[in-house]
Design a protein around this ligand. Structure first.
Ligand code: NAP
Length: 500
């Protein structure tokens, strides 16, 4: 039995009766499960969105009793939910938690899981693969062999989906051998963010923007995903991956898709995904020479981030002392379509940067002629800022007359604070994505051809870097990255948003 919801509810419209499910959480004791997935499921429960008989079955190699797993999950939820954690609600949620000890590579271990699942053969089954990707193949093989993938089953895959086009295809082939494409939910948690969905609402729910959303009206687009964090405990993983694969191939390109796609006929999953795919296929490919001109790689050195001194990337645990892995990337991308020809998309992401911020900045064209005093072009153009984190808001910079006798124009921001406007708690990305998977809605998940098209654009850039003798450019932790990133955009006469 569920207890009554206690936390503030998300907006109305999420209120369909929740279907029952068995969610098998591979990697159920891992960092992602503890920090994000279980807290997200707790919030679903607190909002009355977990059916009374639903089961969440954590799976890992550690020997744990059901109570032991519940206690571990409680500790994590207390820590990561803060004020949203309520002991009374927890008691109800904990009744949904189960644990099965299982080594993903050992066939015999799947018997216990099969027995658990056999109790409810017809219910929606979700296998969430929150383990290192090198276990995906073994898990898929053993699940299929154990005969526990029913037509009602869904497979959720965490990034990274491969490290290049070939390895992504292998993962997709493996998963595809056990489940059809409509059963596969590839996560890019940026798509679960409320503001990213609001970008769709802004573009396709209003008449105001869409006529201007093109060359001729938009001068350039910037997408920045900046972290203050370093590699934390994941030095070994990160050193094999780098910012291009870790962030650009998935999060940044998905944002470009949402920004640049044509209007889909409906919001149905394949209608949206067809349009996103066209954007990925229209990204101008980069040859080796072009890649070195249109991209900048950086690697952080020791510096000051926030109030504290931090060490450089090469001193991090798990990182090779002579590593050439990039912790920063800036790219000038172009989308070769009638809509976007000539409009640069500047992408930038990195670790140990000055601020923790993710935002999209759309700068419109200058007015064609000024009727006001002052040199033409001296006023800043209209600008739309979509902030994804740490806060979620949208602002539109317009010019207005400043009070007084003289006709002086000053920029002012029209600000849309979604939390304030709707007086409702927005869903966290993983809440949304887990909820959508339970409901069977694939719209915010990546299709196989999208993932592979993204890798096809990334692979030549990677190859150009590998063939180049230059090392990533050093930048001080706490800065905005190497100076070359500013030069990349300054060559076109623009500046990054934080430099304006
Ligand atoms: P993690 O903390 O290392 O957890 C790995 C989990 O897998 C643990 O529960 C571990 O438990 C289990 N595991 C390892 N080997 C196993 C085996 N042979 N059989 C069964 N279970 C096994 O990793 P994570 O940070 O949670 O990341 C999980 C996945 O999500 C990775 O692919 C990662 O790249 C991705 N991801 C993570 C984050 C994040 O913020 N953490 C963000 C985005 C994507 P036992 O050792 O007890 O078996």
């Amino acid at each position: 039995m569920s207890t009554a919801p206690k936390t503030p509810s998300p907006a109305a419209g999420q209120r369909a009766a929740p279907p029952s499910f068995d969610l098998v959480l591979f990697g159920g004791t891992g960092d992602l499960a503890m920090r994000k997935l279980l807290p997200a499921l707790y919030r679903r429960f607190a909002d009355g969105q977990v059916a009374a008989d639903a089961r969440i079955i954590g799976v890992a190699r550690a020997t744990l009793s059901r109570e032991g797993y519940q206690a571990k999950a409680e500790e994590a939820c207390r820590q990561f939910l803060g004020d949203a954690f309520l002991a009374g609600t927890w008691a109800g949620f904990a009744r949904h938690l189960w644990y099965v000890r299982l080594d993903a590579t050992t066939a015999a271990d799947y018997r216990g899981l099969a027995d658990q699942l056999a109790m409810r053969p017809d219910v929606v089954r979700i296998f969430f693969l929150s383990t290192a990707p090198d276990l995906f193949a073994a898990i898929c093989h053993e699940l299929a062999t154990a005969g526990i993938v029913t037509p009602n089953s869904r497979i959720m895959l965490e990034k990274p989906l491969g490290e290049d086009s070939a390895s992504a295809s292998r993962i997709n082939d493996t998963v595809g051998a056990m489940a059809s494409e409509r059963q596969i939910y590839r996560i890019d948690h940026y798509l679960g963010k409320e503001t990213v969905q609001n970008l769709l609402a802004l573009r396709f729910g209003n008449t105001l923007f869409e006529p201007l959303w093109r060359r001729g009206h938009i001068r350039h687009v910037q997408v920045t995903v900046a972290e203050q964090l370093g590699v934390e405990s994941r030095g070994d993983f990160y050193d094999r991956t780098g910012a291009l694969r870790d962030m650009v191939q998935n999060h940044l390109l998905q944002l470009v898709c949402i920004l640049a796609m044509e209007a889909p006929a409906t919001s149905a999953a394949d209608a949206v995904r067809d349009e996103k795919l066209k954007v990925l296929r229209a990204l101008r490919p980069m040859g080796a020479a072009e890649a070195l001109v249109k991209t900048v790689r950086g690697q952080y050195r020791a510096g000051i981030v926030g109030a504290g001194r931090v060490e450089g990337y090469l001193e991090e645990t798990g990182v090779h002392a002579a590593s050439r892995t990039e912790t920063f990337v800036a790219i000038k991308a172009e989308v070769d379509t009638w809509r976007w020809a000539g409009v640069p998309f500047y992408l930038r992401t990195g670790k140990r940067l000055h601020e923790h911020v993710a935002e999209i900045v759309i700068t419109f064209e200058q007015i064609p002629h000024s009727i006001f005093d002052g040199p033409f072009g001296s006023q800043p153009p209209n600008r739309l800022v979509i902030r994804l984190q740490p806060e979620e808001f949208i602002t539109l910079r317009i010019l207005a007359k400043s009070p007084g006798e003289a006709m002086r124009l000053k920029p002012v921001d029209l600000a849309l604070d979604l939390g304030e406007s709707f007086k409702a708690r927005p869903l966290e990305a993983y809440e949304r994505l887990l909820g959508d998977a339970i409901q069977g809605n694939l719209t915010l998940f990546m299709r196989r051809d999208e993932v592979e098209a993204a890798w096809n654009w990334i692979d030549p850039i990677r190859a150009a870097w590998d063939a180049d003798d230059d090392r990533p450019r050093p930048y001080a932790a706490g800065s905005w990255g190497p100076a070359a990133a500013s030069a990349l955009i300054a060559r076109d006469g623009f500046a990054w948003h934080d430099e304006q």
